[in-house]
Design a protein around this ligand. Structure first.
Ligand code: HEM
Length: 373
């Protein structure tokens, strides 16, 4: 992405030469995320060399929809993600975390991403949806490509096709043998009550799988990196566990897993933060920049585990506010408690400068996080 100018609303050029606007100020970002004149549906949107079949099977989800479709699609699954329903998952998530940490006991070194930050949320989302978790490495190879941005452009069409084929096969199997899982519930909403189309059903599974795979891993990974990069933070949290909820919010603010909200389009000429935008303009909201806006956060450039007022935009804002926020917060709480309890001596194995960030504009996360235990 090339920045053409500066300020809270910047004109940018995205790969491929398309002109777009990037919102970086905190107030402007909230305004943009709440403005119904910014739509998620773009007539004629180019999505690369994907056939219509694959596009329809992956772009008919709530995050690509405006009301009333958005409202209908979100309502179908929101009951499964309320704070109360998610809290009921605590014992199972704890068990998954304990098992993973047992697997690390006795080891001297580990890659925290591969051995913990990734398998924990994956197993949770697979169980919630009702997907066989032995398939998880296969999904990961596809979802990594799908969210990886321009670096994976060549592999994108085949990863999308494979994931759609896999999802369709899974839906066919679950139709024959329904269970108690979310997937079976969604199939019933489709087949018995006609509340969503077949493409909306595959798109929903596609969205939940990606959102459940590629985000929480980075909350655990980025948070652990911030704690280990300055070990006084790790020690502070180790002795004062009451700080953990505030620390997790600070990880979401300072190094949140979603750096940019997904693209939006102006439906009419409009202004954001006093800057005029034409109709049909492509707008990206820079959550990472807004979250470090010094006009909104005191000492915005510092990691403060005790920050009390932290209205960060790490989970977005407005009608598309993250559906999985209660789940992500619970997983992170269990994950960090487990790490601090079991491996209080943990240290980075190497320096922060050696760590490699994954490419792509949307997500912010590490390839690996080598630690000594
Ligand atoms: C730390 C982990 C997570 C972060 C930082 C995160 C962040 C976000 C953000 C920023 C958005 C809004 C995007 C936009 O407006 O363009 C979003 C939406 C969404 N997230 Fe998450 N997410 C996380 C975990 C999850 C999990 C575990 C799930 C559940 C499976 C999930 C499901 C969703 C869904 C379904 C939406 C779309 C909501 C809508 O369109 O109404 N997320 N997330």
């Amino acid at each position: 992405m090339t920045q053409v100018d500066r300020g809270p609303i910047r004109e940018i050029e995205i790969p491929g030469g398309t002109r777009a606007w990037l919102v970086t100020g905190y107030d402007e970002a909230r305004q943009a995320l709440n403005d119904p004149r910014l739509s998620k549906t773009a007539p004629g949107l180019r999505v690369g060399p994907l056939g219509d079949d694959i596009r329809e099977a992956t772009f008919r989800h709530m995050l690509a929809a405006d009301p009333p479709d958005h409202t209908r699609l979100r309502r179908l699954v929101s009951a499964a993600f309320t704070a109360r329903r998610i809290e009921a998952l605590r014992p199972r998530i704890q068990q998954i975390s304990d098992d993973l940490l047992d697997g690390l006991a006795g080891e001297k070194r580990a890659d925290l991403i591969d051995s913990y930050a990734f398998p924990l949320p994956i197993q949770v989302i697979c169980e919630l949806l009702g997907l066989p978790d032995e398939d998880r490495d296969t999904f990961r190879s596809w979802t990594n490509v799908i969210v990886g941005g321009p670096a994976y452009r060549e592999q994108l069409p085949s990863a999308m096709r494979d994931l759609v084929a896999y999802t369709r096969e899974l839906l066919a199997q679950r139709r024959e043998r329904p269970g108690e899982d979310l997937l079976s519930g969604l199939i019933a909403a489709r087949d018995d009550q006609d509340r969503l189309s077949e493409d909306e059903l595959t798109s929903m599974v596609f969205l939940l799988l990606i959102a459940g795979h590629e985000t929480t891993v980075n909350l655990i990974g980025n948070g652990a990196m911030l704690l280990l990069a300055d070990r006084s933070r790790w020690e502070r949290l180790e002795t004062d566990r009451d700080l953990l909820p505030a620390a997790i919010e600070e990880f979401l603010r300072y190094e949140g897993p979603v750096a940019y909200a997904t693209s939006r389009f102006t439906t009419e000429p409009m202004e954001i933060g006093g800057r005029p935008l034409p109709a049909g303009a492509s707008v990206f909201v820079g959550l990472a920049e807004a979250n470090r806006d010094p006009g909104r956060f005191a000492d915005a450039a510092d990691v403060d585990l005790t920050r009390e007022q932290n209205p960060h935009l790490g989970f977005g804002h407005g009608i598309h506010y993250c559906l999985g926020a209660p789940l992500a917060r619970l997983e992170a709480q269990i994950a960090f408690t487990g790490l601090l309890d079991r491996f209080p001596q943990m240290r980075l194995d190497g320096t922060v400068d050696e760590l490699q960030w994954r490419p792509g504009m949307l997500l912010r996360g590490l390839f690996h996080l080598p630690v000594t235990l």
